[in-house]
Design a protein around this ligand. Structure first.
Ligand code: PHE
Length: 510
């Protein structure tokens, strides 16, 4: 291993030769991207673990005896705010990718994004409602800018899609994401929930600051491609976008001016239009790509096949992302918060998914490799179908636990631990596969935008949850949870049944 640390021409320290050096067989730059994303996710998941509990804290829906000092909002709006916020992070990954491609290049975009995220968490560290919503918006913008560009840079470290180390690199990167996700609720959750909410948010800012410093120290090890702007924006295009942006800003300002001026404004006036936008954008982006006359016939067929996967992924993330909302409230109010006499804050449950990923990701990587060697690795459609079935199963188990808790008894932590395990198995069948599928099925013309399109599936799923919530559906109801389980399982079964047809649409991609 030591020799691989020094592989490459050490004497010429150009960026290209530095990136030739390897670390355990992987390009050195991976270590820096791994650590940057780990700290970014630490701040993201730490704040996310606090979000819903902070929104209801001190109000009528808070757990009796819990720490006050939150925004005292009703549970229903809190759940909708959470879903819209998470949806926006992934919606903004699309313009984030665009900035990387056309304005700053991925490297500069990530440096700016990390600073924006840090600023957002610092704003959250200030008490008060206005600063809270402003901070939330700033974090969402920064995360959107960062997420797709950092993944793109991981890809740059390898010699194209055929590099045999590439999948392993992405698996390691995914483990980094989840090491951040694992530590965050334990640190930020505990401090926020037990000591002071705003101190928790301040720690999130510190985490991001650390990530930023690591990133800046490591930029020399990145591929030179990461600093280039692949297709720079022309001056005419810049003016056009500026004009468009200003017009929409003016429309929004006038609209909200009227709504607020006439005194009818409630939080739903903000949530519903954003949630509708979160459904409209994915649908219109996919339709635009599919109808593009410049695509070849085979590219068009692939886009049709991709739509199946996209819908499946949206249903999957709809269930999965309730980890920080419906399931977080279940942890807070209906689950015992001690194991063998040891008491812990309910936000700790937010670590469980990441812990399972760290444990199970290597197992899955080995499993696919092993099955692959014997030519028995399941195709993408079958993996997706499995993911949906596991998501469905997790919510079937959740419905049982919810029913058991309906008379006021608190259930064992084992229920949530099991639910998260089932979801993690689903995640590992879908998430890494989906990312590589997206890059492979992308028409040439849309190659760089497709990473953002993949994240839109999460947006669509989360916005569906937000709209259900604002329409008054009780997401904590056993019936609704069971309904979602059935939808996921049925969608999984449909993909399974049509796997051959989908494979034909996929052409040479498997
Ligand atoms: N834990 C993953 C992450 O934060 C979950 C995820 C993957 C979310 C892909 C959206 C899209 O990166």
């Amino acid at each position: 291993m030591a020799s691989s640390l020094t592989k490459g021409a050490a004497s010429q320290e150009t960026p290209a030769s530095r990136s030739d050096k390897t670390l355990f067989g992987h390009p050195r730059g991976l270590a820096f991207l791994f650590l940057t994303e780990m700290w970014e996710r630490f701040s993201y998941y730490g704040m996310r673990a606090l979000l819903v509990v902070y929104l209801i804290a001190g109000g009528p829906d808070a757990k009796p005896g819990s720490q006050g000092g939150g925004l005292a909002m009703p549970e229903a709006s809190s759940l909708a705010i959470y879903s819209v916020y998470v949806a926006m992070v992934y919606l903004l990954a699309m313009p984030g990718g665009w900035f990387g491609d056309r304005v700053w290049g991925p490297r500069k975009t990530v440096a700016i994004a990390a600073s924006v995220i840090m600023a957002g968490h610092l704003i959250l560290a200030l008490p008060g409602k206005p600063s809270f919503f402003a901070g939330l918006a700033v974090v969402a913008i920064g995360s959107g800018l960062l997420k797709s560009n950092i993944s793109t840079m991981v890809g740059h470290l390898y010699d194209g899609p055929e590099d045999p180390r590439r999948d392993g690199g992405f698996t390691l990167f995914y483990i980094g994401i989840n090491m951040g996700g694992l530590a965050a609720p334990l640190v930020i959750g505990t401090v926020g929930q037990k000591v002071n909410w705003h101190l928790g948010f301040a720690i999130a800012a510190m985490g991001m600051a650390l990530g930023l410093v690591i990133f800046l120290l490591g930029t020399r090890n990145l591929d030179p491609k990461s600093s280039q702007v692949p297709t720079p924006l022309t001056a005419a295009e810049r003016n056009m976008w500026l004009k468009k942006g200003l017009v929409w800003l003016a429309v929004a300002a006038v609209f909200y001016g009227i709504v607020i001026g006439s005194g009818v404004f409630t939080v739903n006036w903000a949530l519903v239009p954003i949630a509708l936008l979160g459904l409209f954008v994915p649908v219109s982006v996919l339709t635009r790509i599919k109808r593009d006359k410049e695509l070849t016939h085979s590219e068009q067929t692939k886009v049709s096949g991709y739509i199946f996967f996209f819908i499946a992924a949206a249903v999957f993330w709809m269930i999965f992302d309730q980890a920080g909302s419906t399931m977080s409230l279940f942890a807070e109010k209906k689950t015992t918060d001690n194991i063998a006499g040891f008491n812990f804050p309910s936000t700790w449950f937010q670590s469980v998914n990441s812990a399972w990923v760290v444990v199970l990701a290597p197992v899955f990587a080995a499993l696919w490799l092993n099955l692959g060697r014997r030519n028995r690795e399941p195709g993408t459609a079958v993996k997706f179908a499995n993911a949906m079935l596991f998501a469905g199963l997790s919510f079937a188990v959740f419905a049982i636990a919810m029913a058991m808790a309906s008379d006021g008894t608190k259930v064992s932590p084992m229920w949530l631990i099991m639910i998260y395990m089932l979801q993690t198995v689903g995640e590992l069948c879908l998430s890494p596969v989906g990312l590589s599928l997206t890059t492979k099925m992308a028409p040439q013309k849309y190659a760089s935008q497709m990473m953002g399109v993949w994240f839109l599936a999460t947006t669509a799923g989360d916005c569906t949850t937000a709209l259900l919530k604002t329409a008054g559906v009780n997401l904590n109801g056993t019936g609704v949870i069971l309904g979602e389980a059935v939808v996921a399982a049925a969608a999984g079964a449909a993909i399974w049944a049509y796997r051959k047809r989908i494979a034909t649409l996929m052409g040479d991609v498997h």
